[in-house]
Unconditional design. Structure first.
Length: 334
């Protein structure tokens, strides 16, 4: 005779329904999941679901709220580090760790955070994280004499870049999350002009993305010999700032040289334009001179023709009794 199945407590049943719903929402989305399916998977009747959550919307709100709080807590913990670079590294690792360890939850957040959740969408979660990053960036901007008013915009850029990378990595899962985080930080910290060909995380960030000492030790990648302490990191950052200043000076020299060349080219172009204008003026004057000369020649020809016509009009054609030619001066009868 089989042993009777133990009846779940109300707390246990609620947790069971949350976990089942979480899996279904991740696979099918909010609209593709029904109360009937949740109840059938949990092997309970529909009224049990309504009793605990009031309907599909209620259980969905609980699932989304749990995932948002979990991710926000992981990122917030990562941002408690002392150095800005380590904050960035740990925040990137925290997001990727959440993606790897809570794939179903992340799919729910990024795919269709429904208005019925009452806790906002994934975009609102990103805004919450960006507001924390903004506080960090304000301090960093102030230290470097940048405009602190730009910090909110840069925080959105930075968090958006990490979040979209997490969405991409959700399906591809390679390279490893430590390598992805290193490349993310490489782009965010160094910029395109200063990318490192072989980026590495600092020693202070290795193994910080887990949720317990044992888990961190199991998941941590051995720190390479090139990883740096915070003191060495500060020295490297100072060297990087000096390098950036030198690059800025070089760019300024190049800019001035380019402006000088542009001015010289403009002077040459202006001289060429003046020469072309003078040549056109000379050509125009020559054309006008030729036209005047042609006009004078026509006038002379017309005067000559007029004189010829006038002489022709004055010459007698002949008189009666006179003859011309061979019979000139012959008398009568001769």
């Amino acid at each position: 005779m089989s042993e009777p199945r133990r009846r779940m407590s109300g707390k246990e049943r609620r947790e069971q329904l949350i976990q089942i719903s979480r899996t279904l929402f991740a696979e099918k989305g909010f609209d593709g999941t029904s109360v009937e399916e949740i109840a059938a998977t949990a092997n309970v009747s529909k009224p049990v679901v309504y009793e605990h959550f009031g309907g599909k919307e209620g259980v969905y709100a609980v699932v989304v709220d749990r995932e948002m709080q979990k991710l926000l807590g992981m990122v917030t913990e990562a941002l408690s580090a002392s150095h800005a670079l380590i904050k960035l590294e740990r925040a990137a690792l925290a997001l990727l760790a959440y993606v790897e360890e809570n794939s179903e939850g992340f799919r729910i957040l990024v795919r269709d955070s429904h208005a019925a959740s009452g806790t906002g969408t994934f975009a609102s979660l990103i805004n919450d994280i960006a507001s924390q990053v903004e506080d960090v960036m304000v301090d960093q901007f102030a230290e470097r004499d940048y405009d602190p008013k730009l910090a909110p915009m840069y925080a959105q850029m930075l968090v958006g870049m990490v979040a979209l990378t997490g969405q991409w990595w959700l399906d591809v899962r390679r390279p490893s999350r430590e390598e992805v985080a290193a490349h993310l930080v490489n782009l965010a910290w160094n910029g395109l002009t200063g990318l490192s060909p072989t980026p590495r995380l600092t020693a202070a960030s290795h193994g910080q993305e887990g949720h317990g000492a044992e888990q961190r030790q199991a998941q941590a990648v051995p720190a390479p010999a090139s990883t740096l302490t915070e003191k060495e990191l500060r020295e490297r950052e100072k060297a990087r700032e000096r390098e950036l200043k030198e690059q800025e000076k070089a760019r300024e020299r190049e800019r001035r040289e380019a402006e000088r060349l542009a001015r010289d080219l403009e002077k040459v172009r202006q001289r060429e334009l003046k020469e072309q204008e003078k040549a056109r003026e000379r050509e125009l004057k020559e054309r006008e001179r030729l036209l005047r000369e042609q006009e004078r020649l026509r006038e002379r020809e017309l005067r000559e023709q007029e004189k010829l016509r006038a002489r022709g009009a004055r010459t007698p054609v002949g008189r009666p009794g006179t003859a011309t030619g061979d019979g000139e001066n012959l008398g009568p009868g001769e």
